[in-house]
Design a protein around this ligand. Structure first.
Ligand code: BEZ
Length: 182
């Protein structure tokens, strides 16, 4: 049996990783994690905003009975350490590592122990809840080294639609953002 260190490394993406794989991978598969919900509650001062004018990106919150759709990646073994180091770098932006089972269907797992990165409410960039129209205005006004914040929201919404995934929070925010850009 493969030990924990030699077992394939899976990473579950629920934000930009859904549409933009950021590392070498052997394969990827759409799936979902259970017991979480996705919210645009994390401030971004290094990707979609800047210090003093943060954008908003997604994090996960515990939500019994709910599920979050995304993309699971089996990391290319030769790149394992580099990928982990790059992802852990995000911890500086407030994300902590968790493990979760990624499912294709309720009785069929893509990966039993995929890594997910979750921004916790005690990190310095955490913004928390706000009315959707306020989040949309902040998103439309924000831009960072990785590009405009509204591009991130709309790309995530498009990617989730392509997966056939329903996410009311992302869909509602994207609709507000589109209306503001008109
Ligand atoms: C994501 O794109 O799913 C993601 C990547 C790193 C930290 C949090 C989310």
């Amino acid at each position: 049996m493969a030990s924990r260190d030699t077992a394939p490394l899976w990473v579950f993406g629920y934000g930009s990783l859904v549409w933009r794989p950021a590392f070498p991978h052997r394969r990827r598969e759409a799936g979902y994690v259970v017991g979480w919900k996705r919210r645009f509650w994390q401030g971004s001062t290094d990707h979609r905003g800047v210090p003093g004018a943060p954008g908003r990106v997604v994090t996960l919150l515990r939500a019994p009975g709910e599920r979050v759709a995304g993309m699971a990646y089996e990391v290319e073994p030769a790149a394992r350490e580099r990928v982990l180091a790059n992802l852990d770098h995000r911890e500086q932006g407030g994300y902590a590592r968790h493990e979760a089972t990624v499912y294709r269907t309720p009785n069929d797992a893509v990966a039993e122990r995929a890594l997910i990165y979750v921004a916790t409410p005690d990190n310095a960039n955490y913004l928390g809840p706000a009315p959707v129209d306020a989040i949309a205005r902040q998103v439309v006004a924000s831009r960072g080294p990785s590009g405009p914040n509204d591009e991130y929201v709309l790309a995530l919404d498009d990617a989730l639609r392509d997966l056939g995934a329903d996410d009311d929070h992302v869909r509602e925010l994207a609709a507000h953002v589109r209306a503001l850009r008109r």
